[in-house]
Design a protein around this ligand. Structure first.
Ligand SMILES: Nc1nc2c(ncn2[C@@H]2O[C@H](COP(=O)(O)OP(=O)(O)OP(=O)(O)O)[C@@H](O)[C@H]2O)c(=O)[nH]1
Ligand SMILES: [Mg+2]
Length: 320
């Protein structure tokens, strides 16, 4: 298939073109680069819903149940499951594949599992591109599942229009993990496994944290709903779908679409730039960086001034 044909068929939403395009993107082919450039003017339509949370809380089960609900609402769906290859849960891909296989005969659902490849806790740049390809193919909603919230280059928080943080009842560590930062990114909090004991307590703990945060920092935290859900039975899923659709529009005007696309590109650019700078620093290594560090340690140079100087040196290719 020529690039033009592939692009046309992808934009028309053909499943085969979508599959081919994603494979090209995963393999980082020359055609993929051109394809990604070609789809740019068409991005920003899909609502990207990012699910994150500790291993085993039921993210995949929840995503699966949400997909069923979205299909009931006639939404076309793309699912990107970033396989954590987690030593904790093992076999995650297999579990996801089995659960997702009930959708395989529905052209309205397209599922792709991606290896995390060292991007544990976040998204690889490939995942971000796969999301774009699904967007270009006209999927109404792209659902992304990642584990935790790590330090990878492209975080789900950066890409998603709606961030859903999932936890399960009565796991002290869970709540700690959520305290440690992912609460900050949540637009919606889900306490899954509401059929288990202590679910209500976890809900009120989370509500307590949110109101503390609302008082301290973020007045908008009060708007973060805490939903109690049993993914295995589907209880509470409709409320989740409502909340997702309420946070980010599905029927966008051309202006809103352009604004959403711009916001994503902005984040990706910032991200790529940060990555490039890190790489340059690694390559520059040695004296350049060490000299600046020594000056900082002697108290001769402030850290911000040193960073500005380092950026200048990196740009000019100055290796002294
Ligand atoms: N009791 C109960 N169990 C659930 C519920 N949702 C999921 N589970 C179970 O929890 C286990 C983990 O579910 P997954 O959906 O694989 O969890 P996950 O968060 O995707 O796990 P990783 O991707 O490995 O991090 C499975 O055995 C599910 O059947 C629920 O609502 N209630
Ligand atoms: Mg999973």
């Amino acid at each position: 298939m020529t690039l033009d044909t592939l692009l046309q068929r992808l934009l028309a939403g053909e499943t085969i073109a979508l599959a081919k395009s994603i494979t090209a993107v995963e393999n980082d082919t020359d055609q993929a680069a051109e394809l990604l450039a070609g789809i740019q003017p068409h991005l920003g339509r899909a609502l990207v819903a990012g699910f994150t949370g500790p291993p085993g809380v039921g993210k995949s089960t929840l995503v699966n149940a949400l997909v069923v609900e979205l299909r009931r609402r006639q939404r076309s769906v793309g699912v990107v499951a970033v396989d954590p290859s987690s030593p904790l849960t093992g076999g995650a891909i297999l579990g996801d594949r089995i659960r997702m296989s009930e959708h395989t005969r529905d052209p309205g659902v397209f599922v792709r599992s991606l290896a995390a490849r060292g991007h544990l806790g976040g998204l690889s740049p490939t995942a971000a591109r796969v999301i774009d390809v699904m967007d270009a193919a006209g999927r109404d909603v792209v659902v992304v599942e990642t584990v935790g919230a790590g330090q990878s280059e492209v975080e789900i928080a950066e890409i998603a229009d709606v961030r859903i943080v999932v936890c399960a009842p009565g796991l002290g560590d869970d709540v700690q993990a959520i305290k440690a930062g992912i609460l900050e990114i949540a637009d919606i909090l889900v306490v899954n496994k509401a059929d288990l004991p202590l679910a209500e307590r976890t809900v009120s703990q989370l509500q307590g944290m949110l109101s503390l945060r609302a008082a301290a920092l973020k007045p908008l935290a009060a708007d973060v709903p805490v939903l109690s859900i049993t993914a295995t039975s589907g209880r509470g899923i409709a409320a989740l779908a409502d909340a997702v659709e309420a946070r980010a529009g599905l029927a966008l005007t051309e202006e809103q679409r352009a604004a959403r696309a711009l916001q994503r590109v902005r984040r990706l650019l910032a991200d790529a730039t940060a990555q490039r700078v890190r790489q340059l620093i690694r390559e520059a290594g040695g004296d350049n960086v060490d000299n600046l560090c020594a000056q900082i340690q002697r108290g001769d140079l402030g850290i911000d001034a040193a960073a500005a100087r380092l950026l200048q040196k990196l740009q000019s290719g100055d290796r002294t």
